[in-house]
Design a protein around this ligand. Structure first.
Ligand code: ZN
Ligand code: ZN
Length: 206
């Protein structure tokens, strides 16, 4: 089963929130990282990605797009909480990354130990290290600065309450099975379906 790309977002956490939002509306959605290139480094090259919301079923794409229009208008999560969760560990920046001072272009990389402001020893200007990295190298440069355990957790997709909410099509004829039992015979083609299998199969391909 192919998966259908709906909309990209700048970071994985936003994609996760968008997917959960779609799931609440019964759309089977999942994040997908698409590698779009590599950033050369001295020690090793690092892949960088686009972060996409994808849906398992083609007939959900239009609905998902209009739901994401709603999602995009919603207030972002509490900034403090979000900033804390998303706090990057700048000590994990590539050692050879140049982080020039905004004033004199002095390389601040050896001075970066946290996200705290750095006063340039050369010209005395105060620099926000995250801002300097993003300006000079883009968000890809920060890839290594996020720990794996910052990732949101995978919800229980196959929980009964979730399954009942999802608008799943019959695997044989694509007849919508919304409102029907978890397991049964399709009202259109009379072949047996199992919603747990439908979800698992959809995710295997995602
Ligand atoms: Zn400077
Ligand atoms: Zn059917």
């Amino acid at each position: 089963m192919p998966t259908f790309k709906v909309r990209p977002y700048p970071d994985r956490a936003t994609v996760w929130r968008a997917c959960l939002f779609l799931m609440e509306e019964g759309v089977l959605a999942r994040p997908l990282d698409v590698q779009i290139g590599v950033m050369p480094g001295l020690d090793r090259d690092r892949p960088y990605h686009e972060h996409w919301v994808t849906v398992a079923f083609k007939q959900d794409v239009d609905h998902a797009l209009s739901m994401l229009d709603v999602f995009d208008q919603m207030p972002k999560p509490d900034h403090e909480e979000w900033a804390h969760q998303a706090e990057p560990d700048l000590t994990r920046l590539p050692a050879d990354l140049r982080v020039p001072c905004a004033g004199c272009r002095y390389d601040l990389r050896p001075l970066i130990e946290s996200t705290a402001e750095i006063v340039c020893p050369e010209c005395g200007r105060s620099n926000d290290p995250i801002d300097r990295v993003l300006t000079r190298h883009g968000p890809e440069a920060m890839l290594d600065c996020y720990h794996e355990d910052d990732e949101p957790e995978d919800p229980e997709w196959t929980e009964e309450a979730v399954l009942r909410r999802l608008q799943l099509p019959c695997p044989h004829c694509e007849c919508p099975l919304h409102g029907l039992e978890i397991e049964g015979d399709c009202p259109a083609c009379a072949k047996p379906y199992n919603k747990i299998n439908i979800v698992q199969h959809a995710f295997e391909s995602m």
